[in-house]
Design a protein around this ligand. Structure first.
Ligand code: AMP
Ligand code: MN
Ligand code: MN
Ligand code: MN
Length: 279
């Protein structure tokens, strides 16, 4: 059974600069209303939200610099969250610009493939996406909107997923490169939602070992809908490798009833939290 509780620290969330629904100021307002006092905005390969927020006074809530970097390891697309880094770091900015470029190109290739399968109107809709960092979630929404599938799950199964007919492979940077750019910018590298990569326990063990060897410091030990067994297993891995615990909802959209600001199972005691590194 999954027992969610309300937390005041939530270190994983998205705005409309990537695949979230809300503009940064609205997202922060929603988190504040929910009782969150410390949050990180972690858009996919984008820090545009933080640049936007720097123009505003944010009362009653602390927003920590964050990003969720896509990289490659274990034959999968793995996500590494960077926290508390220098938002002006030149190497980070160049890295993210390249990631955004790579994403655009990939989605264009998807568009061409989908159009050649007879799905008309996809390319035009792709061109209208305004997000700084375009994702397959945008593409999924487009296909649903155009009536080519009924929901996200169906879109990925039919068209976008790793085994689906329009899949476009992408050359992401390595896990080592993702960790390195975060650390070079003064940040903390955290392995995102380890239970979501569809890896066997053995593969996941190897991924965590590789992440630690690359200099990774933290691991998400609790997030929306994590089950008790996975949470316990991950805690053991964190203890084994001396990784710091992180936690976050991975909030995207107020219309998703299963993800709410600051709501996820309690962090189990046993390892130090990542925020102890900053205090
Ligand atoms: P991207 O970063 O462009 O590869 O988009 C990745 C996002 O697509 C993930 O964060 C998920 O939200 C979504 N996604 C990826 N694979 C699936 C899947 N099999 N089913 C549903 N959503 C998926
Ligand atoms: Mn996302
Ligand atoms: Mn992710
Ligand atoms: Mn995320």
């Amino acid at each position: 059974m999954i027992i969610n509780i309300q937390h005041d620290i939530d270190l994983h969330a998205h705005t409309h600069l990537s695949d979230g629904k809300l503009p940064p100021v609205e997202l922060v307002g929603l988190f504040r209303e929910a009782g969150v006092t410390t949050m990180a905005i972690t858009d996919h390969d984008s820090i545009g939200a933080h640049l936007e927020l720097s123009k505003h006074d944010l009362d009653g809530i602390e927003v920590i610099p964050g990003v969720e970097i896509s990289c490659s390891a274990a034959g999968r697309e793995i996500h590494v969250v960077g926290l508390d880094f220098d938002l002006n770091n030149a190497a980070m900015l160049a890295f993210l610009a390249e990631q955004q470029q790579r994403r655009r190109e990939r989605i264009r290739l998807y568009g061409d493939k989908l159009e050649s399968l007879g799905l008309e109107g996809v390319n035009q809709a792709i061109d209208a996406v305004k997000a700084e960092s375009i994702t397959r979630t945008h593409l999924a929404e487009i296909l649903i909107q155009l009536g080519y599938a009924k929901n996200n799950q169906q879109v990925f199964k039919r068209y976008l997923g790793r085994k689906a007919r329009a899949y476009v492979k992408i050359e992401w940077p390595s896990l080592e490169q993702a960790v390195a750019v975060i650390k070079a910018a003064g940040g903390t590298a955290v392995l995102a939602h380890p239970g979501r990569y569809q890896l066997s326990n053995r593969q996941l063990k190897e991924l965590i070992r590789q992440f630690k060897a690359a200099g990774g410091q933290g691991i998400e030990l609790t997030y929306s809908n994590i089950d008790e067994k996975t949470a316990r297993w991950l805690l053991e891995r964190a203890e084994e490798h001396g990784l710091f615990a992180s936690q976050g909802s991975d909030f995207h959209d107020p219309a998703w009833p299963w993800v709410k600001p600051g709501r996820f199972p309690a962090l189990k005691s046993g390892v130090e939290p990542v925020w102890s590194l900053w205090q």
